[in-house]
Design a protein around this ligand. Structure first.
Ligand SMILES: [Zn+2]
Length: 412
């Protein structure tokens, strides 16, 4: 892609700005949109005209602004259709229905006792869950203009094992044919970046990194107001950047990755190193890659409780994890120099604010080059990946109507 912006690019970026501004305001006027976006009234009017023509935006009647004559109110047209976000894991499936203004209508979670690995089974499972969630949202399949599926990995991901996500990668065309609906697939890091761009810190500033902290960790990157994808959609795999040379073995088989230290299994491994006999660290293998323990996400809460009760190993584990996180975030600052780092996942745990945040902030300030982090805000993110994949499906729908909103389009 060349670095030069064409007038078509500028129009599509302005269109995204207008749509996001309407989403934030709920209801607005052309004049207010021009003021909020910094675009000229003429540009806003042209964009709004296109959006009205295709039913993406609806008029809400005359609004009195107190000065001059009343002007026409505008809002995103929630009833334009329905969009569904789907998250697929080996034994877990979640589907959420949104209206066309990204308002959540219904959600369904489904679990399976056995690993669902056969493509037919996976597709069948998705279709059944989709029908259930649509019924709950009182919507029909023909109302759906887009289905967004969250799948880990890059777009050209090499298939290593027959896990559920891989089975879908191999059979996307069958899934599309079976559903008979537009399907867009993207990885969770691009979804959290898009959610942050549309609904989070990306509304206020142009350079944001949304950091996801769960079993795995990764970063959704917004740079100069656009989601960064990279050559193969693999940008943001910060969890597999190096924190410790020749350090712990990671799930990806490399040694010393960030994820092996700040992913939840990595935190448990830290506890096992600090206090080998600790009940919460039972069964940890100090040689293999950190693996999920029996407590799963509960480990975070259990460690917090133990720390509150004065368990010194728990306190030390939380503090060391905060240092690992801060050091790894400083690398993000060194490379991307964001205005905001928006944290998700275990950063929201109860001890975060009191024990983790001050250490992370100090560490990021100390380890970042020069004054790169001087004005950096580190905050908790209010958005989720499901909203992001719904926004990506909405953008895809708009693109199919000729209303491109981003310069870089998802490959699938
Ligand atoms: Zn790794």
């Amino acid at each position: 892609m060349s670095g030069r912006l064409t007038s078509r690019d500028i129009r599509s970026e302005s269109r995204l700005v207008v749509v996001r501004s309407l989403l934030a305001a709920g209801e607005s006027t052309r004049g207010e949109l021009a003021e909020a976006t910094g675009l000229s009234l003429g540009t806003v009017s042209t964009i709004v005209q296109d959006l009205l023509k295709h039913g993406i935006v609806a008029e809400t009647g005359l609004l009195s602004t107190g000065i001059g004559r009343p002007t026409t109110g505008l809002r995103l047209n929630a009833d334009r259709g329905r969009v569904v976000g789907v998250y697929v894991e080996d034994r877990y499936l979640e589907a959420t229905v949104f209206d066309a203004a990204l308002g959540e209508l219904a959600t369904v979670e489904a679990t399976s006792d056995e690993s669902v690995a056969e493509a037919d089974e996976v597709i069948d499972w998705i279709v059944r869950t989709l029908d259930t969630v649509l019924e709950r949202a009182q919507a029909k399949r023909e109302d759906v203009f887009g289905i967004g599926i969250l799948l880990p990995g890059g777009m050209q991901r090499p298939v290593k094992a027959a896990t559920t996500p891989d089975a879908i990668w191999l059979h996307l065309d069958r899934l599309r044919d079976t559903l008979g609906l537009p399907v867009v697939v993207d990885n969770p890091l691009k979804a959290i970046a898009t959610a942050e761009l549309w609904l989070g810190a990306g509304r206020r500033v142009a350079n944001v990194v949304a950091v996801s902290l769960g079993f795995g960790v990764g970063a959704g990157i917004i740079q100069n107001g656009a989601v960064v994808r990279g050559a193969t959609n693999a940008a943001g795999e910060w969890g597999h950047s190096l924190l410790v040379f020749d350090g712990r073995r990671c799930q990806c088989e490399r040694k010393g990755c960030v994820e092996a230290y700040v992913g939840i299994p990595g935190i448990r491994r830290t506890l096992a190193e600090i206090a080998p006999g600790h009940p919460l660290a039972e069964g940890v293998d100090l040689v293999a890659a950190p693996a999920e323990g029996p407590e799963g996400f509960d480990l975070v809460a259990a460690l917090a409780d133990a720390a509150k009760d004065g368990d010194r190993a728990a306190v030390a584990t939380i503090e060391r994890s905060a240092h690992y996180l801060g050091a790894a975030l400083a690398d993000i600052v060194a490379i991307l120099n964001p205005e905001v780092i928006a944290l998700k996942g275990w950063a929201g745990w109860p001890v975060w604010r009191e024990r983790v945040a001050p250490i992370v902030r100090r560490r990021v300030l100390d380890d970042s080059p020069g004054d790169a982090a001087a004005d950096l805000a580190i905050e908790l993110s209010p958005t989720c990946g499901m909203e992001g994949i719904a926004a990506i499906a909405l953008e895809r729908f708009m693109r199919d109507l000729g209303l491109v909103t981003t310069r870089v389009i998802p490959a699938l």
